[in-house]
Design a protein around this ligand. Structure first.
Ligand SMILES: Cc1cc2nc3c(=O)[nH]c(=O)nc-3n(C[C@H](O)[C@H](O)[C@H](O)COP(=O)(O)OP(=O)(O)OC[C@H]3O[C@@H](n4cnc5c(N)ncnc54)[C@H](O)[C@@H]3O)c2cc1C
Length: 412
């Protein structure tokens, strides 16, 4: 369906073999028995040398930044012009493993993506060199677990409108933070939490408060992270609340580059890009399961697959997945050459999740009553995709972002 190159196919096979051997036998324990996903993720990272690669990339970035701080070189990322074959190859190499894992357990990618991409990524893009060395590197290698917390009980899509978590200067160079976050991936296991809140300053009206980000460490007095129970989707990624009761946070934990709306939204673009691929991986698994099922199952003296209506459903699935992967690949190239706007990321996140969810619903239906059984995996993908369609900006909120870009009128 997609013309992967030889080296891409090799990576695909290696990851597929690892997933079959190491992840699939543990899925039930992770999804249903509350076994945390971090050990299996660490094993994967080590097996593929991803920790060593992350460390190498980290060292390169820090060396560049330190040289720039000494005034030796300009700290500027080269922007490639036009089609860049190397960038295309890299984009695919990064994303093929996501598809392979999400064919079985999307929650694993969520747990890793939030820790490495959102937690580690926020510190790498908005932190000082010291903060990167102290907090980001252990997140990038998954030696430590990270979380990224913006959502609150009363503010989800309207993340800042009703945000109640406030940081106040303590008069001794630090901050006191009080408030609560909810639906935070990895929260209960997080060693490091990137927290987005508002700054409560003397003489500043509530609607004018600045948005700021802090790094919180597990165990800080007044900080707790209870698990949210009863979640039926994406169970492989553990979710919790973050409760802060007058948590004293030193100045060195403030992320200097993450002030204002651009701070949190910049981090979300990368996470949304990963979701584009993962959702399609889950959709692909549903399509393949449905295809095999309708070939094997006979009704009215012939295989279900012999019905035109059924074949059309398979053709629609194949079409949307193929177009979605091509679009995601193109977006990866644009991200690598620096030309991707937040709107194109919204478009692709919305498309991949919405289409994947439709495919999972259709596959579930094609399996009839068996589609309700977890033995076939389709219903699990379906509930996982319901989550993915909601987090990192809901399907409709991404439509509003596109609507605003087209009309110049913000509907939210
Ligand atoms: C499993 C899981 C993991 C998560 N992980 C994290 C995490 O790690 N960190 C984090 O900060 N958050 C996380 N979230 C929170 C997630 O980002 C929010 O759930 C999401 O942003 C939606 O917010 P909400 O749930 O408050 O829904 P709401 O914002 O209340 O939206 C409810 C419905 O109203 C619609 N809606 C909202 N505004 C408008 C409008 N103006 N016009 C039309 N329709 C509208 C939405 O599209 C949606 O359908 C997670 C959520 C889940 C379920």
């Amino acid at each position: 369906m997609i013309e992967w190159s030889e080296s891409q196919r090799m990576i695909q096979k290696m990851v597929r073999d690892f997933v079959e051997k190491e992840i699939v036998p543990q899925i039930d324990a992770i999804e249903y028995e509350g076994v945390p996903p971090y050990d299996i993720l660490r094993k994967m990272i080590k097996t593929f040398g991803m920790d060593a690669m992350a460390k190498m990339e980290f060292d390169k970035q820090i060396a560049r930044e330190e040289a720039a701080a000494r005034g030796e070189v300009k700290e500027k990322k080269e922007r490639a012009e036009g089609f860049n074959a190397m960038a295309a190859e890299e984009a695919a190499m990064r994303m093929i493993p996501i598809i392979e894992i999400c064919r079985h357990a999307q929650g694993l990618v969520t747990a890793m993506g939030v820790s490495v991409g959102l937690g580690g990524g926020a510190i790498m893009s908005k932190g000082t060199i010291e903060q990167k060395k102290r907090w980001a590197l252990p997140l990038l290698t998954l030696e430590k677990v990270g979380a990224w917390a913006i959502s609150e009980p009363n503010s989800g899509s309207d993340a800042f409108g009703q945000m109640k978590t406030l940081a106040k200067r303590d008069g001794k160079g630090g901050y006191i933070i009080t408030g609560a976050k909810t639906w935070i991936t990895n929260g209960p296991y997080a060693d490091t939490i990137v927290l987005i809140c508002k700054l409560d300053e003397e003489g500043v009206a509530p609607e004018q408060r600045k948005i700021v980000s802090f790094i919180l460490d597990k165990g800080m007095p007044g900080l707790s992270a209870p698990v949210i129970h009863g979640k039926v989707g994406l169970r492989a990624a553990i979710t919790g609340e973050i409760v802060m009761d007058q948590v004293l946070v030193p100045e060195e934990n403030l992320l200097p580059g993450a002030q204002g709306l651009k701070g949190p939204f910049g981090c979300l673009n990368n996470a949304r890009f990963g979701i584009c691929w993962g959702a399609l991986g889950a959709a692909e698994a549903c399509w393949h399961t449905a295809r095999q099922y309708v070939i094997d199952r006979k009704q009215f003296d012939k295989p279900l697959a012999a019905n035109q209506l059924v074949q059309k459903k398979l053709a629609d699935m194949q079409t949307e997945i193929t177009l979605g992967i091509q679009g995601a690949l193109r977006l990866g190239r644009m991200m690598d050459d620096g030309s991707a706007t937040p709107e194109i990321v919204s478009l692709m996140k919305r498309n991949s999740c919405g289409k994947a969810l439709d495919i999972a619903r259709s596959a579930r239906d094609m399996l009839g009553g068996n589609g309700i059984s977890d033995d076939f995996g389709v219903i699990r993908h379906l509930v996982n995709l319901e989550v993915v369609n909601t987090y990192e900006g809901t399907h409709d909120v991404h439509a509003l972002i596109l609507g605003r870009a087209q009309t110049g009128i913000s509907a939210f």
